[in-house]
Design a protein around this ligand. Sequence first.
Ligand SMILES: Nc1ncnc2c1ncn2[C@@H]1O[C@H](COP(=O)(O)OP(=O)(O)OP(=O)(O)O)[C@@H](O)[C@H]1O
Length: 255
Amino acid sequence: MIDAHDLVKHFGPTRAVDGISFSAQKGEVVALLGPNGAGKSTTMRMLTGCLEPDSGSAAIAGHDAVRARHAAQSALGYLPEGAPAYPAMTPRAFARFHLRVRGFTGKALHEAAELALERARMGEAANRPIGMLSKGFKRRAALAAAIAHDPAVLILDEPTDGLDPNQKDGVRALIRMMAPEKTILISTHLLDEVEAICTRAILITGGRIVSDTTPAGLISTAPDQSLAGAFRQLTRHSAEQTTARPARSRKETPA
Ligand SMILES: Nc1ncnc2c1ncn2[C@@H]1O[C@H](COP(=O)(O)OP(=O)(O)OP(=O)(O)O)[C@@H](O)[C@H]1O
């Protein structure tokens, strides 16, 4: 359902993503882990068709993210970083807007919007302008819009960022509830989140995958048998480098 094939992206001299390949299937909840600047968001933006790779390709539900962007995005719900939404719209209007541009009308639109707002636990905040909401509610408004059309694939960039512990639990429960019917990719810095909801953890550093295994498999690589220990061990090298990585030709890239 999600396919990344040798994705590469540079920003000027910075090699943000350097040959990322993986596939994820229905029922998987995959965590994309890595230090700040590892290339997680850039990878997600390429998977969602929001950013074109320099080379390599991505596909969602079998549709190329660039050449068949419309079909790929129809099967996709994407929660980008931050809380991108129109501040003057209410979360209810924002969810309905998302559905309308995807071709929903009438009863189907109404029911899908209400279900998404309920699942995102918007409550009364669903009727207040997004610009007046707290960070957590803004995030949930964007989440409601992302899940409203019941897509087969969800790509969620730090879905619990800015949420209080109760709200975090709510979003994690929602992800667990949706998981059996969907393919879900999340990025997170919260290692307890990986253990709580993910079936697989892909660790990237310096734009490359350094580990792709189950959370338990990742833990087993650490001297102290913890996810934090595994994370530190596998990302230590990049932490010692500056975030700016000079561009290199693919020929220089170690195998
Ligand atoms: N639009 C851009 N222009 C220039 N450089 C960029 C741009 N977007 C990302 N980068 C750089 O690409 C690298 C990877 O960034 P990215 O946002 O993908 O990392 P990340 O793993 O999501 O980080 P974080 O955990 O901090 O969100 C970083 O060095 C970043 O500064």
